[in-house]
Design a protein around this ligand. Sequence first.
Ligand SMILES: [Zn+2]
Length: 505
Amino acid sequence: MERAYYVTTPIYYISGEPHVGHAYTTIVADVLARTARTFRPTFFLTGTDEHGQKVANAAAAAGKTPQQWCDELVPRWKALFAEYEIEYDDFIRTTEARHVEKVQRVFELLREHGDVYLGKYEGWYCVDDETFWLESKLVDGRCPTCGREVQWISEDDWFFRLSAYRDRLLAHFERHPHWVRPRSVYNEMMSILVEGLDDLSISRTNLEWGIPIAGGGVIYVWLDALLNYITAIGWSEDEARFHALWPAQTQLVGKEIARFHTLIWPAILWALGEAAPELVFAHGWITVDGQKMSKSLGNAVDPFALARRFGPGSMRYFLLREAPFGGDFSYSEEKIAQRHNSELANDLGNLLQRTLSMLQRYRDGMVPSTPASSEFAERFAPLPGKVRAQIFELRFREALESVWELVTALNRAVDERKPWVLHKEGRAGELDATLYDLCEGLRWLAVLLHPVMPERMSEMWRQLGSPGSLHEDWTLALVWGKLAPKTRTSPGAPLFPKIELEAQP
Ligand SMILES: [Zn+2]
């Protein structure tokens, strides 16, 4: 099987309703997957993390069994992803048999290979992050990640010999300086490695809501969760399929869980004889007034309401355009409206509308014949390759800035060549060439922006009357002059109607 582009999101811990942060990571994965699908086999996995103390507590508080609780919430996640035009290839739930049986197999293998041993765990546990902490790591006696109270745990648990993998991890980090990005996260993980690693407790004796271990107890929820990336793609079941996908090219995580994905995850994989992922990219947080958005802080924004208000396309565009991927950024409705109105409604939407109405007026709505030469052909020939490279380097903001060079150039062509003057003065050849360039440029934009705004760009494609598919390989689709003369356009409603924000008090 041909090696595929395999991209994953974290599986989402299902202790409450989804917020816009969950949509963010999944949109990024979707943009990568949609771009990859134009030229190679692709697999995009997301899902839900359903075991653990916190889920059990949330379910109990709601008077439900944990399974009922999860069954009722999973459709909310799926609805959120549908709302944001996300097309995953698989959605794994850690309560599914296909996952459970393989996690148990992993545990047996680790036991057979001597990678786990039975010991006593005594220490602190943060239920919110499902994380064990050494006393020395606590901050004022609280969880160093979320600042919540931790609880004392004393039980006989299974331990994974993580410390035995420290040297191999160090060597891997040194040999692959870009496998963890951004650099700040790489450096942070390196300093943990240099300090040293303790063995990891991978079972919970006094918890029932988890994957059972023969002989008692359940698997620690983090080990259970990490394994989804391989259980979903046929590990130990379908070797051909598994090796066509693994190791993953891109694993997206939030920076608060980078430690699990870059220190524990590769060690577990090596213990199973598998390779580490090629890239773990830890992104920053969407903040509201500088605070991480979360349900428990009460500042989480309803992502369904945002999509309805601004449109999923505009939301996707905003999330990728607002800040370099990797860093934190502050969200506000004003900022979303501003980008929607100036960049999408003015720069792009108006360009389409003006072009199609001039075409209607001067050429009966039909694309004129291909000009002998175009200043755009040479200038923008490298653009698709550049944008694609920027997308796969996860530099989405720069990719959109690159695309906007074409938007700007087309708008400038309208202002400078003044088609209405060309028409008035009867300069038919020049008018044809200008209108052709505008239509061809818009066709390019629909292709280049389709991964970011799938539905809106399909509509733009429809208005342009373009035959063929938006999913074609860019190297074939984006050849200047490919747009066929006499293509009949069909103008429609504005792509991005302006949004009025109520005046702030
Ligand atoms: Zn915590």
